[in-house]
Design a protein around this ligand. Structure first.
Ligand code: RIB
Length: 292
């Protein structure tokens, strides 16, 4: 089963800091690195490393050709990743000693994507194949329209949450992958139990994975509810852990593996990711996850 990820590519500028910078403060980082990133790119790499057939569609500038090469190196099809006359999207990421992050992103080429580009990318994909999106590109509404017209199956990781999300026809989504902040914005609820009940009420045909950080994740739809604990790890950098979880879950879900297995593989992969620096660079291979 083919998965097309219409997603962002970013150049991540990563600063290790003693604490997140305060208003008015100038802070010296203890280290600095440039890594490949963007929720889209991270998720495509995680999908590919987990064994899925993945096509990445999106836009980068000339300065991001190395991101395309990175995707190709791991087997991602990049025929629909276009090089345009705009700077590649980038992220400024602070990492504190606890491994938590604070991220500012600039869309760049990720926000040059027009409805007609999306229509072109999705036009040649057969019905029933998966289309994965996050909220880091422009004109997401065109993905909803084109994938509905072509009867493709939409998976939506709602990160990073924005007010645009509520204007989308979310009843089309087959599977939501969201955290508590994103889920609160959609449902108005805070408690995981209430969030998941509200998601069923709002979108009865959909499944939802609610990720809860150190408390693990819950999968729920009208038929079943499964809980997955987080797997303990020494936390170095949590950036990309959610993307790793999404990619490993979806790769196994698309292969029709039991949901409990999909969750377990995703949690294991995320636990390896948090113990390494960087986002895309910290995504494990399938063999490493199988060994855990
Ligand atoms: O999810 C992590 C990603 O968010 C980073 O790689 C950064 O590029 C931002 O998009």
């Amino acid at each position: 089963m083919r998965i097309t990820n219409i997603g962002s590519c970013c150049i991540d500028h990563v600063y290790s800091v003693p604490h997140f910078v305060m208003p008015g403060e100038t802070l010296t980082s203890t280290s600095y690195a440039i890594h490949p990133g963007g929720k889209g790119l991270n998720q495509s790499l995680a999908l590919a490393k987990a064994g899925a057939e993945v096509h990445h569609a999106g836009m980068i500038g000339q300065d991001g050709i190395w991101l395309k090469e990175r995707l190709e190196k791991f087997g991602v099809n990049t025929q629909c990743l276009e090089v345009v006359n705009a700077p590649t999207g980038h992220a400024s990421i602070q990492i504190n000693p606890e491994g938590e992050n604070a991220i500012v992103i600039t869309g760049g080429a990720n926000r040059q994507i027009e409805a007609r580009d999306i229509q072109g990318w999705l036009a040649h994909i057969e019905p029933d194949n998966y289309v994965l999106i996050q909220n880091e590109i422009s004109n997401l509404d065109a993905v909803f329209e084109a994938s509905a017209a072509a009867k493709q199956r939409l998976i939506f990781n709602t990160a990073p949450m924005g007010s645009n999300v509520m204007d989308l026809p979310l009843e089309q989504v087959e599977l939501f992958i969201l955290n508590e902040i994103e889920a609160h914005a959609i449902t108005g609820e805070n408690d995981p139990k209430h969030i998941l009940a509200a998601m069923i009420e709002l979108y009865p045909a959909a499944s939802t994975i609610l990720t809860l950080g150190a408390a693990g994740a819950i999968f729920k739809n009208r038929q079943e509810e499964l809980h997955q604990s987080a797997i303990e790890a020494e936390v170095i950098d949590t950036t990309g852990a959610g993307d790793t979880f999404t990619g490993f879950f979806l790769a196994h879900y698309a292969s029709k593996r039991p949901i409990a297995e999909c969750l377990s593989m995703a949690a294991k992969a995320a636990s390896i990711c948090v113990a390494r620096p960087g986002a895309a660079t910290s995504i494990p291979d399938l063999s490493e996850v199988m060994k855990l």
